[in-house]
Design a protein around this ligand. Structure first.
Ligand code: PRP
Length: 179
C-alpha cells in the first residue's frame, strides 16, 4: 500500500498526539457528564477507537453508517441511513466522531437529525478538515488536521475500500485515482 502514496501526511505518532489533544479538550468540556460518542462508519472507525480510549470521562458508545447523494448540492443532497444508532438520543449530549469533513453535507445532516431526535447537544469531532471545499455552514468543534488538497487514505480512510488499515495517513498518488 505504501508504494501507492505520494507522501505520508501524518505518522502514527503525529496522529496519536493530535487524537490525545482532542480527547483532552473534549474530556474537559464534558467533565461531570456521560456523553454518547457516535462513530460514523466506516471511515471513522480507527479514529473513534483511539479517541474514545484517550477520553478521561465515561462515555456511552454507538455507531451509524450513512450514504450521501448529491453531496455539496444544498437543494438535492440526501442522507441515507444504512445502519442507525440504537440509543435513545433524548436529553443526551452527543459527540459525533467522523474521519473527514469535506462538503459538510454528512455532518450538517447528522447534526440536524440528532437534534430532531431530541439530543440536548451535538458536538462534532473530526480527524481531517478538508478546507476550502465546504458547501454547507458547518464547522467541527474539534479537529485534528487540516487538509488543503490531495486524496487522503489510511487510518480508516479509503479509496475504493482499500488502504483503510494503513496505520498512518497518506496522500494517494494521482495516477491511482485519475485514469
Ligand atoms: C466520507 C466521510 C464522511 C463524508 C464526508 O464518507 O467518511 O462521512 O464522506 O463528506 P462530506 O463532508 O462531503 O459529506 P464515505 O461516503 O466515503 O463513507 P466511508 O466513511 O464508509 O468511507
Amino acid at each position: 500500500m505504501h508504494q501507492d502514496l505520494e507522501r505520508v501526511f501524518a505518522s502514527e505518532a503525529e496522529i496519536q498526539e493530535k487524537v490525545e489533544k482532542a480527547a483532552e479538550l473534549v474530556s474537559d468540556r464534558y467533565r461531570g457528564s456521560e456523553p454518547l460518542a457516535v462513530c460514523v462508519l466506516k471511515g471513522g472507525a480507527l479514529f473513534y477507537a483511539d479517541f474514545i480510549r484517550a477520553l478521561t470521562i465515561p462515555v456511552a458508545l454507538d455507531f451509524i453508517a450513512v450514504s450521501t447523494y448529491g453531496k455539496g448540492i444544498v437543494s438535492s443532497g440526501k442522507l441515507v441511513i444504512k445502519k442507525d444508532v440504537d440509543s435513545d438520543l433524548r436529553g443526551r449530549d452527543v459527540i459525533i466522531v467522523e474521519d473527514i469533513i469535506d462538503s459538510g453535507f454528512t455532518l450538517i445532516s447528522l447534526k440536524k437529525l440528532f437534534l430532531e431526535r431530541g439530543a440536548k447537544s451535538v458536538c462534532i469531532v473530526t480527524l481531517l478538515n478538508k478546507i476550502g471545499r465546504r458547501a454547507h455552514d458547518i464547522t467541527p468543534d474539534f479537529n485534528c488536521f487540516d487538509l488543503a488538497d490531495g486524496f487522503a487514505v489510511g487510518y480508516g480512510l479509503d479509496y475504493d475500500e482499500a488502504y483503510r488499515n494503513l496505520p498512518y495517513l497518506g496522500i494517494l498518488k494521482r495516477e491511482i485515482y485519475e485514469h
